[in-house]
Each structure stands twice: as C-alpha cells, then as structure tokens.
Write a protein that binds this ligand. Sequence first.
Ligand code: GAF
Length: 389
Amino acid sequence: MKKKLIRNTTAGFEKEFGSMPKHIFLSPGRINIIGEHVDYNHGFVLPAAINKYICFAVSESDSDDCTLVALDLNEKFRFSLQNPVVPAAAMWPNYILGVLHQLLEMQFPVRGFNIAFSSTIPMGAGLSSSAAVECGFGFAMDSIFSLGLSKERIALIGQKAEHTFAGVHCGIMDQFASVFGKKRKVIKLDCDSLEYEYHNADFKNYALLLLDSKVKHTHLTSGYNDRRRETEQGLALVKKQFPEVRTFRDCTETQLLELRSELGEINFRRCHFVVTEIRRVLEAVDALEQADFARLGRLMSETHHGLSKEYEVSCPEIDFLVESVSSEQTVLGARMMGGGFGGCAICLVQKGSEEGIIERTTKAYQEQFGIALQAYKIKISKGTSVYKK
Ligand code: GAF
C-alpha cells in the first residue's frame, strides 16, 4: 500500500510538472491508545504513528513560484513567495500555508517549490491527516532547504499552523506522534514538558482495531475549542482556590468536588474528566508494561464513558459502535478516539477475532444508521521521514 501510494504520487507529480520529483517524504497518521483531550490540559498521552501516510513528491522550483497539487482532490493551488502568505478560501492549502507563513516570518531561507501529495489516511476519521500534512510539509522544507529544524520544532510549527490557519486550538499530541513515531512503539508524552519515552507496543495475543463511523459532525471545531475554553476557565478557578495546583495533574478529585458549585456543573464535569483521564494514562502505561491487557481494556472503556458523559465529545454513532463491540466476548475495551464528534473508535480485541467483530458490527451499524462501517487493521510505524529509493 505504501509502495502504491509512492508510485501514484510520483506519477501525479510527473504528470503535473513534466519531470520526476527530486524528493519523496512520508508523513503518518496516528492512533491514541489513551489520553484524550488532555494534551492541551498539560496531561499525558499515549499515541503512536501508523502505517497510513500522506506522501509528498517535491522539487525546488527555479523562482519564487509555488504550486501545491492535492492529487486526491484533483485541486491545485498556486502562489508566489513575493506576496504575503495568507489563509486560502479552501481549507486544504491552509495546513501547508500555516507552516510556510511561520517559516517565512522566522526568516528561514525557503525558496519556491512544487509539491504533489496524496494520502492513505482517511479524511475526517480522527487519524490526524491534517497534522500529517503540516508535519510532512515542515519536514520537507527543513530537508530540502537545510533549515536545521529539530523534530520538536517541526511539531510545534505544525500545531501553531492548526491554530492560526485552520482555527483549531489543538494540543501537541497529533503533530508530536506524526514526527516522533517509531515502529512497534507507543509514545508516552508529557504534554507539559514535552518529555517523552517509548514503550513497546507489544499487545501479545491482542490487537488494535479501528472502526470508522464515517461521520464527522459539523460542530467538531467549535465543540473542540469550547472544551478547551471550559477547562481553561475551570483550571483558573481551581488555581485561585488552591495555589499549589499548577496544572490538572496536580489537582485531586476532592479539590474539584469542593469547588463543584463555583465551577458550575458543566465545567465541573469537564475538569473531572481531565483529572481522571490523566490518572488513567499513567495506569494504562503500567498495564501495558505488565502486559495486563484486561486492565488496559477497562481503562479504555472508562475513558469512553468519560468522553461521552462528562466531556460530551462523542456522538450517537460512536456510542453505538462502542456499545456494540463492548458486548463481544473477545473485546477488552473500546472508546472513541481523537477530537470526537465522529471519526473512529479504537478497540482492543483478541487476535483472530477481528473479522467476526467487523462483520457483526457492520451489520448492526448499517441497520441502526444506514451507514457502511469501515474497519482498519493498523500497524504501528515510524514517524515522518524521507523516502529513499
Ligand atoms: C485532536 C487534537 F488535534 C489533539 O491535539 C487532541 O486534543 C485530540 O483531538 C484529543 O485528544 O486530535
């Protein structure tokens, strides 16, 4: 699949620009085992890069002219570095323009380029195709113009592009996972200090299965930004009462309960989710290390309950999927993954039972919502890289 993606992207570039691309880059999507909506709340997350990619075929141009070709959309976007880089009306160029804008502001010696790109990361499935575009482009610019950017800097630039050119006030998890991913490793990332460690993604007799609801509710961006505001307001109040608390990781459930009426019911629930989710991630890392998959599965299911009932970022389709698979004997845990309001559910299942689960869940989902479910079996892969023939 990777080879085919590279072949098609290269052919698309050649067709558009009349020559072979000088460079090929691959930038992966991500999963997240646990630790949802806690990256922007200074918690811990446990993501990994996966074997679904955006492939960039790139050559330097001889001028300040730049062309971007989104092969899957059959759309093109042209601009010149002589003019200020501003957001485009279409959304897709903005993930690239947002990165480029920062590089130029910081006076990095970027010159003109031609890019064609194509993807095997399903759009809107919560697998972070946008972070893969941002980081893949940042990585490509760094590589071809020798900018000397660290991986962390590429991830941070990608995150800022999302804030400034896409309007989503996301955390750092997706960009970090895309850049720092490693084959067969999950990343325990401290989203406060950006310190990280790799843990073996050895699920022994179990496997991760993704079920794509194929829905993406329109309030994703506004819902996401609202949650961020609610927890920031909540934390400000907690800090006022308990000055020893710097982030949610220092805050206890008892402290939150004491402040319940001041916080208000909604913000209390949001904060309660964050405090308990941060604890669950640490427990999950321990469970993974101990190969205690029953415990890991339970924690994932608890996360779903919190995301659905306290953080309220799930939706009927994902709740249905999680409930359906959870009734299967061979499923240890399941939950919505990513920003929410649609996208994928991630399930920890016994190896070999995937096909049966997919068959039954597809049928039930079709009957309930009239939507054809899409399932993905994924492998944990390395982060953004240059492809060498
Ligand atoms: C989206 C965001 F981009 C991430 O930063 C993260 O907050 C995630 O939602 C929820 O955990 O993918």
